[in-house]
Design a protein around this ligand. Sequence first.
Ligand code: IMP
Length: 192
Amino acid sequence: MQQLVFATNNAHKLEEVEAKLAGRIKLLSLNDIDCHDDIEEIGVTFAENASIKSKYIYNKYQVNCFGDDSGLEIDALNNEPGVYSARYAGTHGNHAANIAKVLESLGDNSNRKARFRTVISLIWEGEEYFFEGTIEGTIRKTISGNGGFGYDPIFQPNGYDTTFAEMTLEQKNNISHRAIAVEQLTEFLNSL
Ligand code: IMP
């Protein structure tokens, strides 16, 4: 069976891709290939960061692989926090502080349009392919819901009256930016 390395150790992301591959390709994590390097995300776009990860793995191990990068873009903040989404308030992964910074920066601004974006860079037999998923929505003025992670408590997708954090994981995973990008990736892989 062909193998594919996902440049992550995030169990939720691995599970989501694995489910869509339906056993056709064996998915490996960074731990599985004994890669414990800190791959620095120094790009200024999601595509650059996704590509940094896939190319790092390809150059070091010469295997089929892909990397992803995601984040939140807010129109009124010139698309910030963007690639800095995980560390917007300074410390990596401090979601409460990141949310507080977004709410403070937006203040009473009536333009609350935003989107989550995911870009995947796949290197398959030496060729690079990109896949992308976005979901449009608005930023609430206050937090709502306990589910999900990151900016979920303040993001309301268009066409819904709840935030991502008020949805079940299944509901969110049906419509999310990541799900759309992963769907495109797996459609490509399943058509090979
Ligand atoms: P990653 O590239 O998927 O690790 O995402 C980087 C950062 O973007 C996360 O730490 C979150 O702050 C934000 N983010 C990405 N996807 C989501 C999501 O589905 N919900 C909320 N925040 C997200």
